[in-house]
Design a protein around this ligand. Structure first.
Ligand SMILES: [Fe+2]
Ligand SMILES: [Fe+2]
Length: 166
């Protein structure tokens, strides 16, 4: 279902960008059972990935928790908020850890073999959890928002969200 609100569209756009990045990470992990050398392109990509992962769990998750979840709570829809909030709590440290590992490897110029093995395992876990989380939000949250907000609230939320991303 396509979101019919501006804020829904913005959250959806973030979700799609994150899904694309996670799919690219999945390809990197599956084609490199052994530690890959870090050439300039891979270093750049890892730094970009680290930034995207942090933005997702800090800015995007934070906005959902501060501005979107309360709309559902106000309607008594506590179940969906509890599930999504718990997933945020689980995913946030995983994403930060993976981002930090990527940055440390780039700074060192290489992944140690043991670190690459950990990165692959932790990366696989993050991909699975975050894709599942995004699917749930796409189905439950974005469809639900349209029923909960009027156009003025939508505009205020969309402007606030756009300001965060600048
Ligand atoms: Fe979320
Ligand atoms: Fe989200």
């Amino acid at each position: 279902m396509f979101p019919t609100t501006r804020i829904g569209s913005l959250l959806h756009r973030d979700h799609m960008a994150t899904v694309e990045a996670l799919e690219a990470l999945e390809r990197l992990l599956s084609k490199n059972r052994k530690t890959p050398p870090l050439d300039a392109a891979l270093k750049d990509w890892l730094i970009w990935l680290a930034g995207l992962l942090r933005a997702e769990v800090e800015t995007h998750f934070g906005f959902e928790e501060d501005r979107v979840f309360p709309l559902f709570l106000a309607q008594g829809q506590t179940g969906i908020v509890e599930i999504l909030s718990q997933e945020h709590e689980t995913i946030l440290p995983m994403a930060r850890h993976l981002a930090a590992m990527a940055e440390a490897a780039v700074a060192a110029g290489r992944f140690a073999d043991a670190d690459w093995a950990t990165f692959r395992m932790k990366g696989g876990e993050l991909i699975e959890r975050e894709l599942f989380h995004i699917q749930k939000e796409e189905m439950g949250l974005l469809a639900g928002i349209a029923a909960l907000i009027d156009p003025a609230t939508d505009a205020a939320l969309a402007d606030a969200f756009a300001a965060l991303e600048r």
